[in-house]
Design a protein around this ligand. Structure first.
Ligand code: NAD
Ligand code: WQD
Length: 338
């Protein structure tokens, strides 16, 4: 059986991906320092799948630990989720972001190279497209970054390009996620922000459950359908399945391969709020406030390359995204601490 090392596997997208890996017959070892997660997510992954996974509580920057894991296990590939992801925070503590996201990835790749494991799936982000000149976004659009978080993703993408140029045995999948939302349909795992959420969907969920008073909608004067920002929201289960497809593709294709993982359709903030209210039966009070600095008007993917090359397409519609998000929130009002 093939074994996959999943860094950051206890987190939001990682835990959902573990389910899809286990359900597709892979063995899984998760390396996570629990800096933004709880190992409760992994216990629940095992309950949902009726399968076991291994968990090591440790840091990707710990080279000694990595060497030990690579010598004790035969990994087919690494899926690399571990990192920090809050845009605003990355402007306040940029060095921590470069340390964890860039240096951490360097240490991981060095250990992989030493162990001759040369297949990696990396969590990149649509943020690397900056403010796109046109929509939908294709993989060959120009890249730019407006904050340290985005720059850390760009740096890793470029570094991986150099790595492949130096050694053509590497198989590298750069997955550019659009806006992951929703939760596993069991309601047992989902997104569990440590603090007040930065992202729209967890914020809306916490307003609906009464933990937060109201949503602040960042601007209603964008050139969009109703003036609020438009994004390509993708169900986290669809996103997780994309990782399994990428692993399968790497078995026969080397090189740096880039795929947008999005639905290909955009919804506005107010459309998301309306869909959430309908699914939950709860009111989501909001007020319109100034634009958030760094935000763009609209962003959605052209996901055709992933369809063609990975045979992957997002299947879950908006209603399923908000229904599953609400099931997780209402069954776990305090996340994994519930
Ligand atoms: P998350 O914070 O829920 O998961 C990241 C996990 O990595 C956490 O469990 C955390 O404890 C762990 N981690 C962090 N630093 C570590 C380290 N040095 N060593 C070991 N473990 C470490 O975030 P997520 O939403 O699941 O995102 C996963 C990846 O996808 C991240 O790289 C993120 O930048 C990227 N991404 C996320 C989004 C999004 O909106 N959620 C969008 C695009 C890209
Ligand atoms: C979505 C829309 C906001 C919160 C970020 C990162 C990106 C990626 C995904 C990691 C926007 C509006 C939000 C709120 C609001 N992450 N909004 N009130 O900004 O598209 O992307 O997360 O890689 O890199 O930049 O996602 O969920 O924060 O915002 O009105 O309280 O909701 O203005 O239009 P974003 P988001």
């Amino acid at each position: 059986m093939s074994k996959i090392l999943v860094t950051g596997g206890a987190g939001y997208i990682g835990s959902h991906t573990c389910i899809e890996l286990l359900n597709n017959g892979y063995e899984v070892l998760v390396l996570d320092n629990l800096s933004n997660s709880s190992d409760e997510s992994l216990k629940r992954v095992q309950t949902i799948t009726h399968k076991k996974l291994e968990f090591v509580n440790g840091d990707i920057r710990d080279r000694e630990l990595l060497d030990k894991l690579f010598s004790e296990n035969t990994f087919e590939a690494v899926i690399h989720f571990a990192g920090f992801k809050a845009v605003g925070e990355s402007c306040e503590i940029p060095l921590d972001y470069y340390d964890n996201n860039v240096y951490g990835t360097i240490v991981l790749c060095q250990a992989m190279k030493a162990a001759n494991v040369k297949s990696i799936v990396f969590s990149s982000s649509a943020t690397v497209y900056g403010d796109p000149a046109s929509l939908p976004i294709m993989e060959d659009f120009p890249l730019s970054a407006t904050n340290p978080y985005g720059r850390s993703k760009l740096m890793v993408e470029e570094m991986m390009g150099d790595l492949f140029k130096s050694d053509n045995d590497w198989g590298i999948a750069l997955l550019r996620y659009f806006n992951p939302v929703g939760a596993h349909p069991s309601g047992q795992i989902g997104e569990d922000p440590n603090d007040i959420p930065n992202n729209l969907m967890p914020f809306v969920s916490q307003v609906a459950i009464g933990k937060l008073e109201k949503l602040r909608v960042f601007g209603n004067d964008y050139p969009t359908v109703d003036g609020t920002g438009v994004r390509d929201y993708i169900h986290v289960v669809d996103l997780a399945i994309g990782h399994v497809r990428a692993i399968e593709r790497l078995k026969s294709n080397k090189g740096v391969q880039i795929w947008n993982l999005g639905v290909g359709k955009g919804y506005s903030v107010l459309e998301m709020v309306a869909a959430f209210e309908k699914a939950s039966g709860k009111d989501v009070p909001y007020e319109i406030v100034d634009r958030r600095s760094g935000d763009i008007a609209a962003c959605y993917a052209n996901p055709e390359k992933a369809l063609k090359e990975l045979n992957w397409k997002a299947e879950r519609e908006l209603e399923e995204m908000v229904t599953d998000a609400w099931r997780w929130q209402s069954q776990n009002p305090n996340g994994y601490a519930s």
